[in-house]
Design a protein around this ligand. Structure first.
Ligand code: AMP
Ligand code: MG
Length: 421
């Protein structure tokens, strides 16, 4: 058993009123036992489309997992669809009626007529007990492929999967596990990264390698299949080393690591502190740094200096410098960083000034133009980046915050290696 389809049923899901968390949860559980969720499908509460989908899945996958649509109301049609896909009738199981009645009794309630439908089981299949609710699950084979249908309520579904289904799947699964790791890279775009590791991204390779991008940080996801967790971890290690060799210092870290956690660790390691002077990022860098627990050990403070007067009053940026060069300029970025370093008495200070848009751009200073400066004990460096004018304001700001943190990270890597800049 290697490939599964996960089917989420419910009109509230397809209309976007409820977010499907069941499919993601089930896919992670399956991966732990070496079964790959090859497809997630979300469908309405409708009989024929679900029946046809189940038949299609039976021909392509080794396992079908369905959640939702097992309730007692007329819009819950999964039971009927599963039976129709298997080409069998539904049979009423009196002992299940009694279980449902007992479930209601423990809550001091009468069982309604409607709930009888929950005691229907496809012929040749079986009911899957539900200790936490009224709706039992259903198991039946669809054209020889095992098909499990579970209620949509997440806590019921999870318990039923873990107690009733996972042990059977483990017994039937090809022995092995699927382990994942993400290596985070900054700098180049996703397509450039794809070029550098295209050989590792070949289909059918084990480990499998893929990328995802988020605001200037690209995740290289490595999925390894192995007979044992140790074997899979060994494969992950080897591919991670290969990736690290190709990207060097552009790699921030892996899994839970972020620019802010990595910068924080380096500040602690080098016994240094940081402050920020932020214009267009409006405190975002400070926010990311202080999202990390324990950041009070190295983060001293931030001045969100948006107006020109604030840059002068809070950071000591000379008014005539702003007048002459413009607030979005290298000299002002430098003066902001040096001002923050002196006001907060920190080892390092980062500054950002730029045009986040959508308005306020000009030919010489277009939307997306950002200057960053880093003041250090041995001088100040400045960088100019054009993020492009098409990304939304929030994206430009997020990228600018990440780029600033990366400037500091690289400086700290040099400092911790004992090099001078
Ligand atoms: P059902 O079993 O279809 O009657 O679903 C019962 C309730 O479970 C729904 O009203 C949803 O709030 C929730 N639910 C159903 N499917 C999902 C899903 N895939 N992810 C998260 N919640 C769900
Ligand atoms: Mg439903």
């Amino acid at each position: 058993m290697e490939r599964a389809w996960i089917i989420s049923v419910g009109t509230e899901l397809t209309l976007g009123q409820t977010v499907d968390t069941n499919a993601a949860w089930l896919a992670r559980r399956l991966a732990e036992m070496g079964i790959r969720a090859e497809r997630h499908v979300t469908v309405d509460d409708a009989l024929e489309p679900l029946r046809d989908l189940l038949r299609d899945g039976a021909g392509r996958a080794d396992l079908l997992l369905v959640t939702g649509g097992l309730g007692p109301t007329d819009d819950d049609l999964t039971r009927q669809a599963v039976a129709a896909a298997a080409g069998v009738e539904l049979e009423l199981h009196p002992e299940i009626v009694e279980q449902i009645r007992a479930f209601f009794a423990t809550r001091g309630r009468e069982m309604g007529e409607r709930n009888n439908v929950q005691a229907l089981v496809p012929r040749g299949g079986r009911a899957i007990p539900n200790a936490r609710g009224t709706a039992p699950g259903v198991f039946v084979e669809v054209e020889g492929t095992p098909c499990y249908a579970l209620p949509g309520v997440p806590f019921e579904m999870r318990e039923m999967f873990d107690t009733e289904i996972a042990p059977r799947l483990r017994a039937a699964a090809r022995s092995g596990v699927l382990l994942s790791r993400v290596v985070h890279v900054v700098g180049p775009g996703e397509s450039d990264i794809g070029e550098v590791i295209c050989d590792l991204m070949q289909r059918g390779r084990n480990p499998e390698v893929g990328t995802t991008a988020q605001f200037g940080v690209i995740g290289i996801r490595i999925n390894a299949r192995g007979d044992t967790p140790e074997a899979a971890a060994g494969l992950l290690d080897a591919t991670e080393q290969e990736v690290r060799g190709r990207f060097g210092q552009r790699i921030i870290g892996r899994d839970q690591d972020t620019l802010a956690t990595v910068v924080g660790a380096l500040l602690i390691e080098t016994g240094s502190t940081v402050s920020t002077a932020e214009s267009c990022t409006g405190g975002l860098i400070a926010k990311e740094l202080t999202d990390v627990a324990g950041s009070s050990r190295y983060f001293l403070g931030s001045a969100v200096a948006y107006a020109n007067e604030a840059k002068t009053n809070a950071l000591g940026v000379p008014g005539d410098l702003i007048e002459r060069e413009g607030a979005v300029s290298e000299p002002v970025a430098r003066a902001m960083a040096e001002g923050a370093r002196s006001v907060f008495a920190s080892t390092y200070a980062l500054s950002v000034t730029g045009i986040a848009g959508p308005g306020g751009g000009s030919i010489e200073k277009p939307v997306g133009l950002v200057y960053f400066a880093l003041a250090t004990p041995s001088g100040t460096t400045c960088r100019r980046v054009r993020f492009g004018s098409d990304p939304p304001r929030a994206v430009i700001r997020a990228r600018a915050a990440r780029a600033a943190l990366d400037l500091l990270r690289r400086e700290l890597l040099r400092a911790s290696a004992g090099e001078s800049p």
